[in-house]
Design a protein. Structure first.
Length: 269
């Protein structure tokens, strides 16, 4: 597999993510004074999101001046290298605002039409995951174990729904999980944290409905190196698309294929 980035590049992006996490934490510890805006029902953005994205954008441009930028809070820059850094400054803003620990800084690299490298930093938990094409995936410097299979009597998955997803579609998804494949499920309010649970072997997979590309851009390359696959067809996906996808071990993907086959496209009419 072609190496997506050098180790020096990986180290640079990890350092940026850690500094971004420190910045987010400074806001987190002063939650009573953090301005909060609403993008929609249960869909929030804070001054912390915007400040962290600005910091990450400037740091990436300084480190990689020829690369492009695409961020959740509007950061956009056309590069000349064919590489695009995709930023989710705080994935799990609702959890952040409520004082929870399930939020993370996510920086992923999009190259050749697909995710190829990522860094995830979970400041409150002190977790940093790094990995991608040609690089071992690590958690706080320790290489992650390969993941495979699924024990039917212990099967579990994460689920996530964007707030605009219709109730019927949410209920159909949960009914499938509980009745058809008979799994336990978790809903933590952060795609990044749910995908980290796969990396740690705490769940077998994740079902996302209405997620954005920045929600999984960094996590997928990390997971791919340890045997985890995803149903997103990147050849048919634009960075601005909303996604309906499954991610997990092959056994998990086989089990949920009737609900989310490869290349499923989200349509909200």
């Amino acid at each position: 597999m072609t190496q997506a980035v050098t180790q020096d590049c990986a180290n640079t992006v990890e350092a940026i993510a850690r500094k971004a996490g420190d910045l987010a934490l400074s806001h987190f510890h002063e939650l009573s004074s953090v301005p909060v805006e609403s993008k929609g029902h249960l869909d929030l953005v804070t001054a912390a999101d915007q400040e962290v994205e600005t910091f990450v954008t400037r740091a990436l441009i300084e480190a990689f001046p020829d690369d492009g930028i695409f961020g959740e809070e509007g950061a956009a820059r056309q590069g000349s290298s064919g590489r695009i850094w995709v930023i989710d400054p705080i994935d799990g803003t609702f959890n952040f605002v409520r004082g929870g620990d399930q939020w993370a800084v996510s920086i992923g690299l999009y190259k050749g039409g697909r995710p190829v490298f990522g860094v995830l930093h979970v400041p409150v938990r002190g977790q940093t995951l790094v990995g991608g094409n040609g690089l071992a995936s690590t958690l706080n410097g320790t290489e992650l174990a390969l993941r495979s299979g699924m024990k039917s009597r212990q099967a579990a998955c994460g689920v996530g729904f964007h707030p605009v997803i219709p109730i019927d579609l949410r209920l159909d998804t949960l009914r499938f999980v509980l009745e058809d494949v008979k799994m336990s499920f978790r809903c933590c309010g952060s795609a990044t944290l749910s995908l980290i649970e796969i990396a740690q072997g705490q769940v077998d997979g994740y079902l996302g409905t209405g997620e954005s590309t920045w929600d999984l851009m960094a996590a997928l390359p990390i997971l791919e190196t340890i045997g985890i696959r995803c149903t997103v067809d990147w050849a048919q996906t634009d960075l601005s698309d909303k996604l309906r996808f499954a991610c997990g071990t092959q056994a998990f993907l086989d089990a949920v294929a009737p609900l989310v086959p490869f290349g499923t496209t989200l349509r909200l009419d």
